[in-house]
Ligand binder design. Sequence first.
Ligand SMILES: CC[C@H](C(=O)O)C(=O)SCCNC(=O)CCNC(=O)[C@H](O)C(C)(C)COP(=O)(O)OP(=O)(O)OC[C@H]1O[C@@H](n2cnc3c(N)ncnc32)[C@H](O)[C@@H]1OP(=O)(O)O
Length: 300
Amino acid sequence: MSISIWKGLLQTTKSRLFVQRGVSLYNGTHGFEEEEIKKKLQQFGGGAINLSKEDNGIGVLTLNNPKLMNAFTGTMMLELQERVTELENWKHGKGLIVQGAKNTFCSGSDLNAVRAMSSPQDGMNMCMFMQNTLTRLKRLPLISVALVQGKALGGGAELTTACDFRLMTPGSEIRFVHKQMGLVPGWGGAARLVQIVGSGPALKLLSGALKVDPERAVQLGLAEETLLSSEETRSLEEAQVWLNQYTKGPAEVIHAVKKVIAAGRELQFEAALPAEKDIFGTLWGAPANLQALAQSTKHK
Ligand SMILES: CC[C@H](C(=O)O)C(=O)SCCNC(=O)CCNC(=O)[C@H](O)C(C)(C)COP(=O)(O)OP(=O)(O)OC[C@H]1O[C@@H](n2cnc3c(N)ncnc32)[C@H](O)[C@@H]1OP(=O)(O)O
């Protein structure tokens, strides 16, 4: 078989793998034993990841560990994976807001757990576990927004980059504090930050462990806008109004929009085109398309 045919096969396989639900980046060949790390994370309890799914197709995922500024415990990492699997299978879902409880976002990993899991293998396993989960979160066929109230630090800052957009309340802050802990991002936050703001600004934010306020975040393209209210309930309402602008219409069309954009973002151009073709093919002549054709052709 010629090289060009092999290349074509590889790209088609990549584009098909890309859209499959729940595909793990890592497996045993990488030294990743998922059941082992799950047992380890289970030892570090506290907090919860709550998910409410509204009839309008908007979900609200809440990191709920306010005593520790919504720091990620081990069981919260496990629950986040469970919620992402639930969202991958939510047929009527169209949008997702990720927030923290009690008007602050997330202060990263629970340092009590971090200190107890300081072996290189534990660190690498937790890193691969969270990379898998946050990659699946970013690839959800929903339009996702991180509602940043208060502080988003360390792993919390990385979590904001695993959403399509970020909205920040007055006085809130995103800060990649990793360097100050002798670390770099490990949950995929560096790779996603480069995609969002470019390598130059990303290098400054990481090497300076810079506090990014809403105004600076908007300037960088890291946030869409500064909300009007810093009050917990009001800012969530503002975020829901903002997201509703982009989630009107049938869920299957919103899913396809997110998938073609994700393909363009993640695949080589020659692989993105067949992926886009396949996604287009699911809509052509489908109910939403036929209904639109039967109605007026004028777009308001
Ligand atoms: C770096 C990468 C790594 C990873 O990716 O896994 C991480 O994310 S490690 C964690 C990185 N995050 C931090 O270093 C943030 C540490 N926390 C703070 O800087 C402050 O707590 C802050 C700015 C979030 C809030 O400060 P404030 O003065 O408003 O409140 P307190 O500091 O009194 O915090 C209240 C209470 O929460 C506990 N807390 C806060 N963050 C964590 C955390 N990440 N892990 C465990 N516990 C946390 C803090 O200890 C206080 O508890 P208390 O029992 O009342 O003393």
